[in-house]
Design a protein around this ligand. Structure first.
Ligand SMILES: Cc1cc2nc3c(=O)[nH]c(=O)nc-3n(C[C@H](O)[C@H](O)[C@H](O)COP(=O)(O)O)c2cc1C
Length: 179
């Protein structure tokens, strides 16, 4: 139960301190990402670690809700080898593993979605990504400023918490809520 409680504690962090991420911590985060399972073990990804502040600022303008990238210690761009449903699932698993690996070191992360197409193109140009690769996600990575960074501000446009378990889980047939 301790491990599952820890998994549940993962929150999106959008406010980052100036504290640098030690290179061994970063390497461990990236290596844990590398070990993510993928469809047919194709590992259809490359990671671009972005440290340049100007590039982070420019990337933060490549998505309607990507502003947090500007203040992150670094960004990790998930460059995918396809955009079919399987590859999108692989991307989700990779993203979550990177986020959990960072969290294990006390490092916060937040997904920055790169869209629409013209923004994706600008981000591709910034990172040197060719036409046969896809970029939907840049993860912001950095130590949280403090406990407040784990909470959404009162005016946030997304709901807090999660739907109740009983609302999410069905038994034997969709719609049957009685275990
Ligand atoms: C596919 C996907 C895209 C997301 N894109 C963004 C984004 O562009 N900007 C952002 O601030 N958060 C983004 N998020 C983070 C969600 O807002 C966050 O997971 C959700 O609000 C739950 O936050 P919590 O885990 O801190 O409770 C994204 C999450 C997912 C799974």
């Amino acid at each position: 139960m301790q491990q599952t409680e820890w998994i549940r504690s993962l929150r999106a962090v959008r406010q980052f301190s100036d504290r640098e991420i030690p290179s061994e911590v970063l390497r461990d985060i990236l290596d844990t990402g590398r070990w993510t399972g993928s469809s047919k073990n194709t590992q259809p990804w490359d990671l671009v670690v972005v440290r340049n502040r100007d590039t982070l600022r420019a990337l933060s303008k490549c998505g309607a809700f990507a502003g947090h990238i500007a203040g992150a210690a670094l960004g990790i761009a998930l460059v995918m080898h396809g955009d079919d449903a399987w590859t999108c699932m692989d991307e989700g698993r990779l993203m979550q593993n990177l986020m959990l690996a960072a969290w294990a070191h006390g490092v916060g992360t937040c997904i920055g979605s790169i869209y629409p197409a013209d923004n994706e193109q600008r981000a591709r140009d910034l990172l040197g990504i060719p036409k046969n690769r896809y970029l939907r996600t840049v993860l912001s990575v950095g130590y949280p400023t403090g406990p407040e960074a784990l909470r959404l501000p009162p005016n946030a446009p997304v709901p807090r918490g999660r739907r109740p378990l009983e609302d999410v889980v069905n038994w034997d047939r969709l719609g049957n809520r009685n275990p």
